[in-house]
Design a protein around this ligand. Structure first.
Ligand SMILES: Nc1ncnc2c1ncn2[C@@H]1O[C@H](COP(=O)(O)OP(=O)(O)O)[C@@H](O)[C@H]1O
Ligand SMILES: O=C(O)C1=C[C@@H](OP(=O)(O)O)[C@@H](O)[C@H](O)C1
Ligand SMILES: [Mg+2]
Length: 167
């Protein structure tokens, strides 16, 4: 089974994907890291060179053409489910899990903003406002996930349980 973790920047997709894959004894794939490995550019450099729309094209192509092992956990980028038919594609090709988190909690997780071009120039107050607006836009996509879990106090074990009981 392919398990796609989705949710806003900072909700813990990359961190929890590693923990879950370790528990399930299967490979982990972080699509942002795959983009960096394939292009030789950081996400920030890719945005700077090709703009957000160039990045969205590339991440969608990466999502749909990656040679996934049969069983794996996939950390997606926060915006990926909200463009093209990516969310429907993931639902058709695996288990989708939305790691849901409140805007204030997301701010407290997003210390290292330089890696994330959409928020790199925002202070904490601006970031809170930005997330509130963006999360409203993105929620209709995220909530199409087959499984929704509260990501605030989540660890690999709780995530595994949530997938087993709801999946
Ligand atoms: N359970 C947790 N408690 C506190 N901080 C966490 C926890 N899980 C992840 N983090 C931190 O939150 C930040 C965002 O996590 P990350 O996995 O990169 O999120 P995403 O891939 O969803 O953007 C990282 O700095 C990470 O160390
Ligand atoms: O939410 C977004 O639009 C983005 C999230 C990032 O991934 P993380 O959610 O892992 O930070 C990365 O794909 C890019 O900076 C854009
Ligand atoms: Mg990530």
């Amino acid at each position: 089974m392919k398990i796609f973790l989705i949710g806003y920047m900072g909700c813990g997709k990359s961190t929890k994907a590693k923990q879950l894959a370790h528990r399930l004894n299967c490979p982990v794939i972080d699509l942002d890291a795959e983009i960096v490995a394939k292009t030789g550019k950081t996400i920030a450099e890719y945005f700077a060179e090709f703009g957000e729309s160039g990045f969205r094209d590339y991440e969608s192509e990466m999502l749909k053409t990656f040679d996934y092992p049969e069983h794996c956990v996939i950390a997606t980028g926060g915006g990926l489910p909200c463009f093209f038919d990516n969310m429907d594609w993931m639902n058709a090709n695996g288990e989708t899990v939305y790691l849901e988190m409140e805007p204030a909690a997301l701010v407290s997780r997003l210390h290292n903003r330089q890696k994330r071009p959409l928020i790199k120039d925002l202070d904490d107050d601006q970031l809170l406002e930005f997330i509130k607006v963006k999360l409203q836009e993105r929620a209709p996509f995220y909530t199409k996930a087959k499984i929704i879990v509260d990501a605030f106090d989540l660890d690999g074990e709780k995530l595994e349980q949530a997938i087993k009981s709801e999946g």
